[in-house]
Ligand binder design. Sequence first.
Ligand code: PLP
Length: 440
Amino acid sequence: MSNLFYQAHGRKPVLDQARGVYMWDQEGKRYLDGSSGAMVCNIGHSNENVLTSMRRQMEKSTFGYRLHFETEVSEQLAAKLTDLMPDGLNKVFFVSGGSEAVETGLKLARQHAVSTGQSSRWKVISRTPSYHGCSLGALAVTGYRPLNEPFVPMMQEMPKIPAPRAYLDGLDAEDPDTGHFYADMLETKIQTEGPDSVLAFIVEPIGGASTGALVPPRGYMERIREICDRYGILLIMDEVMTGAGRTGKFLGSGHWTAQPDIVVMSKGLGAGYMPLGAVIAKQQLVESVLDAGGFAHGFTYAGNPLACAAGLAVINEIEVQGLCDNTTVMGDRLLARLSGLMQKHELIGDVRGKGLLTAFEFMADRESKAPLPTHLNAHQRFVDLAYARGLIVYSRRTRDGTEGDHILVCPPLIINDQHIDEIMDCMDASMVQLSQDIHA
Ligand code: PLP
């Protein structure tokens, strides 16, 4: 019997080792990591250069509390990150994970408002569905009922607008009117809430587990930036999943001209080597907070030198191996192959994504977009069938059955054509089996 209590779906095989895109359990069975863990292991497992950098750092120091010491490696990582950000985002605060990064971004936004005489601003608008983390603040802006509900009223839920799911609403995502239609919902919400009460809008530039790799319609990002500017509202990009090259650019929001005021990152930054996250904000925003007495925030492990050494080495690998370019090329091929899978299998109703953040969604009917009945549990059955064949993919569904079932296919950014063949063969066989099981 295990003493752990986080295994929601029963006991799993015990992990023995992992190299590149593969993982092995203690029975010697090999798995292709088609979800990079939880979209974390962007540069693959056991990268020797990262391990060497970590060993070097370990021999120097593994911890120096930030109120006692600066560390060279955290300064280097901060400098490297700001080089990769849009102009003006050059202040970095390290944390140990995505929820911590979101909490930090929200608190920074709030303290900026207080420091600049805008104390009335406290509401953070977000979207439904969305996922921004599981701590109470991050959950307050997460738009996912089953996760929110148990914690209200101890958690103050924040106002939400619908995510721009053009494919479900029968709208053309390439038409800028569609992007404007969804973005204008933000303006309406701001007006309803009272513009002086709204602090920020937080958004996943490309949906992760929430909408399943959904790319916003043309014109959407630019329009939300305009609206935020018009009302003096901060735009926070949650790049926890989309950052560190996952979509073919270092930041997912890098595909658009609209630039954030605050970026929050994690997952691919530590890439599974160490827990690491970062908040990167505009200088004047941070200065207003520092000038007013300092940021009333900080986690014990923030800026951990070993985590920063891992992060620095991970970014180096992304650059040296040209992983953003590989992601663009391989992502296009994977997406094309997923479209082929959809043509072959009726149960797949939509395919989408950018770079190596790709997904397909099960539907009962492509025309009406009706989801598969909840009791079929298709997403978990598919994940189990693929897992039995040695492929790890990631699924999400909302429990009320109205959001569809999607499967995220997000392998490490180092994949090649053979890996894609392997992923697709396994998914095809799993789909054949799933269709037979469902229609039996
Ligand atoms: N934000 C987004 C977009 C995420 O996808 C996640 C995790 O999946 C988080 C925040 C929370 O990150 P963590 O699980 O590291 O706390």
